[in-house]
Ligand binder design. Sequence first.
Ligand code: ATP
Length: 202
Amino acid sequence: MHFTRLRLNGFKSFVDPTDLVIADGLTGVVGPNGCGKSNLLEALRWVMGESRPTAMRGGGMEDVIFAGTSSRSARNFAEVSLQIENADRLAPAGFNDSDLIDVIRRITRDAGSAYKLNGKDVRARDVQMLFADASTGSTSPALVRQGQISELINAKPRARRRILEDAAGIAGLYQRRHEAELRLNAAEQNLARVDDVLEQLA
Ligand code: ATP
């Protein structure tokens, strides 16, 4: 399972549809300051379900939409799609029935984000889980931001443990445990209510 193409449309400085083909081996992106190298990495993080605008160097998520320049007007939406090759069928269970996996995230002003997985509408959580179970995702330590190395050196042990857990692919299990606990609490509250009603009827 590996990423083969990143397509940006209206995302930050990439106003026109732009394809980044990710071939086998090492891919280098070089260019002058401000040409959009970090925006590419942010697009990758964003399509994998990043939910914190600050991780996109913005104040709100809509800041990822092309904001316009003196010669071009602002766009109303941004879209990033990520193509993943899955010929080796190593994708996590539930996503493993095709050779290619296509993930699309689109944000429209005033309407928020929408995701598609192989053409089907899905929730942010489904996309986040796909990548968490594959030991990657928007918080993957494989995506190194500027300044992140010094943050890591100064990090507390608990934060360092999280990096190891992400790499081991168990971050998704924590999320599932949290959701199971919420459901359990809700079920316990319902049971208590049923007991109250039974008591009143007795
Ligand atoms: P450096 O080498 O200095 O780190 P870089 O190649 O990583 O630079 P980026 O930080 O990816 O460059 O890109 C910054 C550019 O993206 C700036 O020109 C900024 O104006 C532009 N940009 C960021 N957000 C938007 C947006 N929403 N709309 C239009 N342009 C944007």
